[in-house]
Design a protein around this ligand. Sequence first.
Ligand code: 3AM
Length: 177
Amino acid sequence: MARFFFALDLPKETKQALQTVQLACEPALPKPTKLTNLHLTLIFLGNVEPKKLYNLSAYANQLRQEITSTVPIIINHADVFKKPKVVFAGLHQVPQWLNTCHQRLLRKATGLGINVENQHFYPHITLSRKVIELPEYQRFDIKSAIESFSLYRSDSTPNGVHYTRVQLFKFNNTNQM
Ligand code: 3AM
């Protein structure tokens, strides 16, 4: 069954820097996220009827034009979510525009009758799943301009999860670094 989510797209240089972090983790990460799959989830939707997905995408297209300034994000530490056994890269601080994107997509999705979990939004980039031994806390400094977010479709395959971009939403007025 296809599942959908919105996520910030990370520039190639950011993904490469995160891959360096993945490789530096001690002990080695058991299931590192593939470079192409690295993303920052804005909202997970699960399985959604096509009509609702269409309406939400139309709203996302409006949203991307209304967010007129995306201050770069600073990814500066790796830490763990203990229960799902996930190692993630976290942000120095969460810019307002990022919270706005999450909240507005959440509100619209809920209004359309999409059953979204209203958990606390903790922006992060998953670096590995199925972590058995927790790696040491790491610090670094990756400054990343964000130019777009996308609607992704997530499919489970025998070779792991596969993400396919369904639609890209480019911000109108991206801050330059
Ligand atoms: O951004 P991360 O990697 O933390 O774990 C899934 C991934 O999160 C999460 O959605 C992102 C894109 O797949 N996800 C998958 N199933 C989920 C669920 N049922 C879920 N999040 C909440 N509820």
